[in-house]
Design a protein around this ligand. Structure first.
Ligand SMILES: [Zn+2]
Length: 135
């Protein structure tokens, strides 16, 4: 039995959302969401004239995690309608692509700028602390 089904069954027994939450080890709000969630069935979709079954979860080929479809960016050109790597892996790949365009000198300069910002931030925090210590 899935957690959705468990929550729905408890609700049918007349339990409150708070009670369901306590039983399933989740918050009251989460319990309410579980009860109200529509049962998810694999969707039969037709993209580019081909029928496909889309499941609610998909494996990211990069990090190998099985994640809900919302964790993948939409990719209309793909049959599944979703990208094959998750949003986080996608963000990392985008950043690396950006870094690829920079020379080692440019990367070092960026590093230098970041280090200066960190130093300024630390000085600012120290200054705030010493200002506050007067009170
Ligand atoms: Zn991933």
């Amino acid at each position: 039995m899935t957690r959705d089904e468990q929550a729905k069954a408890l609700r049918t027994e007349g339990k409150t959302f708070a009670e369901i939450g306590a039983i399933l080890g989740v918050t009251r709000q989460a319990a309410q969401q579980l009860v109200n969630r529509e049962p998810k069935e694999p969707l039969a979709v037709e993209t580019r004239g081909r029928k496909r079954t889309v499941f609610e979860n998909q494996r990211c080929w990069k990090c190998q995690k099985v994640l809900p479809l919302e964790e993948f960016t939409t990719a209309p050109s793909r049959l599944s309608g979703r990208a094959s790597i998750c949003k986080i892996c996608n963000a990392v790949a985008n950043r690396e692509r950006k870094w690829d365009k920079l020379s080692i000198e440019q990367l070092e300069e960026q590093n230098q700028q970041a280090a200066e910002l960190i130093k300024l931030r630390e000085e600012y925090i120290q200054r705030r602390k010493s200002e506050n210590s007067h009170f």
